[in-house]
Design a protein around this ligand. Structure first.
Ligand code: IMP
Ligand code: ZN
Length: 339
């Protein structure tokens, strides 16, 4: 391991643009929240069998873990804790701007509404504002109804001070972008940025859905693991920014090495890219090491990395924060003598 490069990746001020709030849960917290030994055993089993399968079975494994996680987060105190620990972890890793995404949910059969869920997260974001500038992206889950997705859009509008975008995520076996297209059109009409998970499975239906997503022209795209050459060229030509999550992509794509990751293809085309963590808790990774692994695999120098991180700031949804982030990076470059 190149300690000097790793230290550089740790100390450079970073931005996180693709992090699912509940997926950031510390594994120790996840274990504590699991109430029964059956659930503990199920988690053990899922962790043991994950690496055995192909992309489809790995995805099924990950989504079973998400379901287990969802079933054991049952109140606002737990969401407060998860948000607190997530921001603490990012801030300790010198992340200075983070867009956390989450699917709003109610608790207690609706007695605690989704608005309370969002307000709880915003409360914690405010507590951390001196350490990290955090914003929210609300997620529509692929399995939801159009009514539920409409409610999410309305919540995004209601909390525009902190909500900076709308995401489509969830089990990629469910091809539902078309169903939600009208809601994403509404987002465009009110200048709410959008990011869509795209190309997560190596199948025909997924490749077909990719075209529908690209036709919509979202503000950013997540992953883009599986795609046709034509789709690849289209994204490059249209300069649609990509959120790439190396560890998560490597695990779900079943790659042997970071060197096989599609980062380089887009990087060498000078494409707008952000390196992100996706689910830092469940995937057991952090942003510094994600950036380090990519730098190491594709022989990026400190100067390359600095320029990469600087360019990535242009991809944030809350443009009000741009100047502050670029200033922080400039201060860092003056102190660290990379040029
Ligand atoms: P939450 O929205 O804060 O509850 O974060 C967890 C949720 O994010 C999961 O239940 C999934 O729906 C979604 N998610 C996390 N990682 C992925 C991914 O790689 N692909 C699609 N959806 C994901
Ligand atoms: Zn994701």
């Amino acid at each position: 391991m190149d300690d000097d490069l790793l230290e550089f990746c740790r100390s450079i001020p970073k931005i996180e643009l693709h992090a699912h709030l509940n997926g950031c849960i510390r594994s120790s917290t996840f274990r504590q929240l699991l109430s029964s030994s059956d659930d503990q055993n199920r988690l053990d089993q899922l962790e043991q069998t994950f690496a055995q399968g192909n992309t489809h079975s790995r995805m099924a494994n990950v989504f079973e873990k998400f379901a287990l996680l969802r079933s054991c987060v049952t109140n606002l105190d737990e969401i407060r804790r998860i948000t607190y620990e997530t921001l603490e972890d990012f801030s300790n890793d010198n992340v200075i701007y983070a867009e956390l995404r989450t699917r709003p949910r109610s608790f207690d059969q609706g007695r605690i509404p989704s608005s309370a869920y969002i307000e709880t997260i915003i409360d914690v974001i405010k507590q951390f504002q001196e350490k990290i500038c955090a914003r929210l992206i609300l997620s529509i889950d692929r399995i939801q109804s159009v009514e539920q997705a409409t409610e999410t859009f309305q919540l995004a509008q209601q909390y525009r001070d902190y909500v900076v975008g709308l995401d489509l995520s969830g089990d990629p076996n469910v091809k539902s972008f078309e169903r939600f297209r009208s809601i994403f059109d509404l987002a465009k009409q009110v200048n709410l940025s959008t990011t869509i998970h795209i190309g997560e499975l190596p199948d025909e239906e997924c490749l077909n859905e990719n075209n529908l997503i690209l036709d919509y022209e979202p503000t950013r795209l997540g992953h883009f693991n599986f795609r046709t050459n034509e789709q690849e060229q289209r994204v490059i030509q249209e300069k649609i920014p990509l959120e790439l999550c190396p560890t998560s992509n490597l695990l779900t794509m079943n790659l042997n090495d970071f060197a096989e990751h599609h980062f380089n293809l887009f990087y060498t085309n000078k494409h707008p890219i952000a390196i992100c963590t996706d689910d830092s808790g469940l995937m057991d990774c952090c942003l510094s090491t994600e950036i380090y692994n990519i730098a190491k695999s594709f022989h990026l120098s400190k100067k390359d990395l600095y320029e990469f991180c600087f360019r990535a700031t242009n991809l944030i949804f809350d443009k009000n924060a741009l100047k502050f982030l670029q200033q922080k990076l400039e201060e860092f470059s003056q102190q660290s003598n990379i040029f």
